[in-house]
Design a protein around this ligand. Structure first.
Ligand code: NAD
Length: 254
């Protein structure tokens, strides 16, 4: 059963070959969606789109820095021209991180992390919302982090934790405001996932080792977060809004 047949989905931060964004694009395409992939990384976004191998009517790859409201609006204009003014699903996935102690974080570091990880979610959501309101339908999913709940420490500093906690708060506020337009807004808080997010080159196995103390005794895989995105994007979750879905192997229970 295809859960997103002919729906139009926008996914930010979808370029990295091992990332959650690309895994989500792949799963959404398998479920019949038309997908617009956005990323800052021009070379990689084209490579990843080519690798997914979908027809240009099904898949659009665009360069967009989510930290820029102008670039978000321009990208959404291009997507609207491609899709006939339709966006059904937005996955705010783009983010950066920095491992740093609180006292080492400079004002510039703080601003940079907040701009991409929190303002970026605001920028892209604000660009997409008018299209969803027009059609009285939509699902927005923002990728937060376990770090928002447990204080981080694996690869994010206090600025990363603050941005990701902000994503959860903004998700609830948006869910309240846009429920009357039949737009659902939810977040996902992944635990440790075997991507290359921290750019340390750590192997998947070493991440599994680090997870031995948690109930499922391994790190999560990108497709397992993509599965959560599919659930929240589809009608399977039609009565769910304002929630944060933990995908963390039991590492933290609310
Ligand atoms: P990733 O590095 O593979 O993906 C992030 C993508 O965002 C990259 O392709 C990068 O080029 C892109 N990006 C960075 N800055 C951007 C910008 N300004 N505009 C547009 N794109 C930009 O890492 P990932 O692990 O797949 O991360 C995906 C999401 O999952 C992030 O929101 C991250 O915070 C979250 N997350 C990851 C983990 C983990 O363990 N990997 C845990 C918790 C949360």
């Amino acid at each position: 059963m295809k859960l997103l047949q002919d729906r139009v989905a926008v996914i930010s931060g979808a370029a990295h070959p091992k990332g959650i964004g690309k895994a989500t694009a792949r799963l959404f395409l398998e479920h019949g969606a038309r997908v617009a992939m956005l990323d800052l990384d021009e070379a990689r976004i084209q490579e990843s789109a080519a690798d997914l191998g979908a027809a240009p009517t099904q898949l659009l790859a665009l360069v967009c820095d989510v930290g820029s409201d102008q670039q978000c609006r321009a990208a959404v204009d291009q997507i609207a021209a491609w899709s006939g003014g339709v966006v059904d699903v937005l996955v705010n996935n783009a983010a950066i991180t920095q491992k740093a102690t609180f006292r080492d974080i400079t004002p510039a570091d703080f601003e940079r992390i907040l701009r991409v990880n929190l303002t970026g979610v605001f920028n892209l959501s604000q660009a997409v919302i008018p299209l969803m309101i027009q059609r009285a339908a939509g699902s927005i999913i923002s990728i937060s982090s376990l770090s928002a709940q447990n204080g981080g420490g694996i690869f994010g500093g206090a600025h990363y934790c603050a941005a990701k906690a902000g994503v959860q708060g903004m998700t609830r506020a948006m869910a309240k405001e846009f429920g009357e337009h039949k737009i659902r807004v939810n977040a996902i808080a992944p635990g440790l996932i075997t991507t290359d997010f921290s750019r340390t080159g750590r192997s998947d196995e070493s991440k599994d080792d680090a997870a031995q103390g948690w109930p499922l005794r391994r790190a999560g895989r990108p497709h397992e977060v993509a599965g959560g995105c599919l659930f929240l994007a589809s009608d399977l979750s039609s009565y769910i809004t304002g929630t944060t879905l933990d995908i963390n192997g039991g590492a933290h229970m609310n």
